[in-house]
Ligand binder design. Structure first.
Ligand code: LLP
Length: 446
């Protein structure tokens, strides 16, 4: 139970003061539900732990986790910055009136068009991944007669896993240039020599869903060591250090997220200590959480359809969504918890597996979960689906993507409309010669 989730007297799950059974009647299933109060509370917790306490810090939301116009407005109102990784994410932010100077543009293979769009939009920083991009940016900035502030994506050689970190791994990565190979220092030299860019700082990101605070402490140390190397070798000062996102969240029993203020104190404390030890200026520290901002604010509601008991083997409970709206179990063996929203006060009675409706055996949402006696028509609520679910959803099997509804204080508002069958064929084009003569099907319009 996250955020504003409660169980009503009727035994129904409520989120943001809205009865989920009523939400389903109004909006149908599958349905992504976002808890606005919880979302804003997490943003405020980040703001307080970092920006309010350490004015030389900034929290930018990694929009890849969950993004649309309404989300952009919430992030803007909560005074956070924004990490975008594509022209599409940038377009969404600009259309939502997100303050451009608070936008950072990441990505390992930005196109010329994306770079020009970023320059025209006057965004705050471009995070340059490699020398090829630096050259494109230099030309584009020259053409636009603009100077652009950049960070360089550095590969610190730390591979963080959920339960461990390896100091030497990850040189083999498509992101950034490695310190260990000397290529990172070379790129710093190139950036410094480039006429149309201002080298403001460095960026790194060591992975996602990380619970080990030590991984972040170590990353801060390695990056400050590199700042010192730059100073010693090139005489260049580094003003900004972006240490990426990746803070772990609760999905299932055993997940123990580190409190946000602890993260802040460790990260900023380490940077300050290292600066003092090495006689460097303390740089501005930026972090870019995605999952830990939007994940636990999201819940997906499904309707149960067929139930199949295979004696002695497994009980399959099928819902009306699946890998189309949540590809994470199939992609990453991700684990989720769920409750039966219309029987939220009932005790577990049977072990079941929740399967989706896609034509793939791997389309499983939850392999084994104890739930009350399941019946067709029940509403299943799968928790912690606010990050990388909607944003990674697909139309596989031509299933329309579900709507996203924002709930708060008893009010439910659509922020992304559910797709219709019409939407599914909107971009389809039938060359004239494929229609059979005289068939009226041609009236299918674009
Ligand atoms: N910054 C950079 C440069 C990143 O690449 C990412 C995530 C983040 C920040 C945000 O990380 P977060 O705080 O959300 O962990 N689709 C996967 C997650 C991919 C994360 C990619 N990069 C999943 O569903 O688990």
């Amino acid at each position: 139970m996250h955020g504003t989730m409660q169980i009503s007297q009727k035994g129904h799950l409520t989120i943001g003061g809205c009865d989920t059974v009523e939400l389903v009647k109004e909006f149908g299933t599958p349905l992504y539900v976002m808890d606005e109060e919880h979302l804003r509370n997490v943003c405020r917790e980040y703001y307080q732990a970092f920006m309010a306490k350490y004015p030389q810090s900034e929290v930018i939301y990694a929009s890849k986790a969950f993004f649309n116009l309404a989300m952009a407005r919430i992030i803007a109102q909560e005074k956070l910055g924004l990490d975008v990784v594509s022209g599409g994410e940038l377009y969404t932010a600009m259309k939502a009136g997100f303050p451009a100077e608070r936008i950072y543009f990441h990505g390992n293979n930005k196109s010329q068009e994306e770079i020009e769009y970023a320059l025209k939009s006057n965004i705050g920083r471009i995070v340059v991944d490699n020398p090829h991009e630096l050259a494109i940016l230099e030309d584009a900035a020259e053409k636009c007669k603009k100077k652009i502030k950049i960070l360089l994506r550095i590969q610190p050689g730390i591979e963080a896993h959920t339960h461990e970190y390896i100091k030497t791994g990850q040189i083999d990565s498509k992101f950034g240039m490695a310190i260990a190979t000397g290529q990172a220092l070379d790129m710093v030299k190139m950036a410094y020599a480039a006429k149309n860019v201002d080298l403001e700082g460095l960026h790194c990101h060591i992975g996602s869903q990380i619970f080990e605070i030590e991984s972040f402490r170590h990353t801060a140390e390695v990056m400050m060591g590199f700042v010192k190397q730059i100073k010693d070798n090139l005489g260049i000062g580094i003003a900004e250090l972006n240490l990426g996102g990746g803070f772990g969240v609760y999905y299932k029993e055993g997940d123990q997220p580190v409190p946000i203020n602890e993260f802040a104190d460790v990260i900023l404390g380490t940077v300050a200590q290292q600066a003092e030890k090495m006689g460097l200026q303390i740089p501005k520290v930026i972090i870019e959480p995605g999952r830990s901002i939007s994940c636990t604010a999201g819940t997906t509601l499904y309707t149960v359809g067929s139930i199949k008991h295979i004696p002695g083997i497994r009980n399959y409970v099928a819902v009306d969504g699946g890998m189309g709206d949540n590809p994470r179990p199939a992609l990453y063996q991700a684990k989720y918890e769920a409750i039966v929203a219309n029987k939220a006060d009932a005790s577990p009675e049977e072990m079941v597996s929740i399967t989706g409706k896609c034509c793939e055996s791997g389309d499983m949402l939850i392999w084994d979960i104890n739930l009350p006696k399941m019946e067709s028509g029940d509403i299943l609520a799968v928790a912690s689906t606010g990050a990388y679910n909607y944003s990674m959803s697909s139309n596989y099997n031509r299933l329309p993507r579900p709507a996203v509804v924002l709930v708060d204080n008893g009010k439910a508002e659509i922020i992304v409309a559910g797709e219709t069958y019409e939407d599914l064929i909107r971009n389809d084009v039938v060359p004239e010669r494929l229609w059979d003569n005289g068939k009226q099907l041609r009236t299918v319009s674009r």
